[in-house]
Design a protein around this ligand. Structure first.
Ligand SMILES: [Zn+2]
Length: 276
């Protein structure tokens, strides 16, 4: 293989809930059960991940303010735990930033300026602990992603972006792959692609669309474990073998960063590593 492929990690939420035997917002584990967070990061590193994502996905004001914690302490702890796990290795730590649950105006009540403030707070807290890059993932609204990336661009680190598409290549908010690429064209983005929402088979045609619009390295991080209902029937989860055999073809479409989302585990990453 002439092109280097980098491995990302797999799911955090589903794996941490498994370890903790309780389903609470996963960012709480950064304070309440930090050992399992480090343990999971290390499992991904041992499986072959070149980049691990901090456990900070929805650790923003919207969610954290409902508790006694602050965004600052949760996000800083998340970056510190990932860096601790990666210590002594070449593994890079990506500050993980997710979308907000409230929709931006005019679809929801979230004002643009408030959205900026929320991301400045979350990204600012994370960057004070010096992660290697920022990943904005699972976005469904290009306008919200543009705000997050604008804030991320205030720091001198690479920014990766992924959105979640349906099988027709549209996000819940109706954005297409083209909308995503064009929307980000004035911003500094080092890699672009998709994560979550689809298993690797349905995600392949979507990742294939990207090269029509961009030469950026592509990110392919589909989910594995979420059951979906299709034509009234429940589609079974992907096991390791079927997941990996459907992920590898993404390399042909320009995917350089491979990983898994919800339902995947270190075993999935280890198998991708073995296949490439
Ligand atoms: Zn996911």
């Amino acid at each position: 293989m002439d092109k280097k492929i980098f491995l990302l990690d797999g799911a955090s939420g589903t794996c941490l809930w498994d370890k903790a035997k309780k389903t609470i917002p996963v960012w709480r584990f950064n304070i309440e059960n930090p050992d399992i967070v480090v343990e999971l990061h290390k499992e991904y590193i041992n499986a072959g991940s070149d980049i691990i994502f901090t456990n900070t996905f929805s650790a923003n004001r919207e969610a954290v303010e409902k508790t006694d914690y602050t965004v600052d302490e949760i996000v800083k702890a998340g970056v510190r735990l990932a860096k601790k796990a990666a210590e002594g290795t070449d593994v890079k730590v990506a500050l993980d930033i997710g979308p907000l649950t409230e929709l931006l105006e005019p679809y929801g009540d979230l004002e643009e300026e408030t959205c900026y403030e929320i991301y400045r707070e979350q990204i600012g807290a994370g960057m004070s602990e010096n992660p290697d890059l920022i990943i904005c993932e699972t976005f469904m609204d290009i306008e919200m992603l543009k705000i997050a990336v604008s804030v991320a661009n205030e720091y001198d680190v690479p920014v990766f972006c992924t959105m979640s598409f349906d099988k027709n290549g549209r996000t819940i908010m109706g954005n297409s792959v083209k909308d995503m690429v064009e929307g980000l064209s004035d911003l500094k983005v080092s890699a672009i692609g998709l994560n979550c929402s689809l298993g690797p088979d349905l995600a392949l045609p979507v990742i294939a669309q990207f090269k029509e619009y961009t030469n950026l390295p592509l990110i392919f991080k589909p989910n594995a474990g979420v059951q979906t209902v299709k034509d009234g029937k429940t589609v079974t989860e992907f096991d390791v073998e079927s997941f990996v055999s459907n992920v590898i073809p993404a390399i042909e479409h320009g995917a350089v960063y491979l990983g898994g989302c919800c339902g995947s585990s270190p075993e999935y990453i280890k198998n991708i590593k073995e296949k490439i």
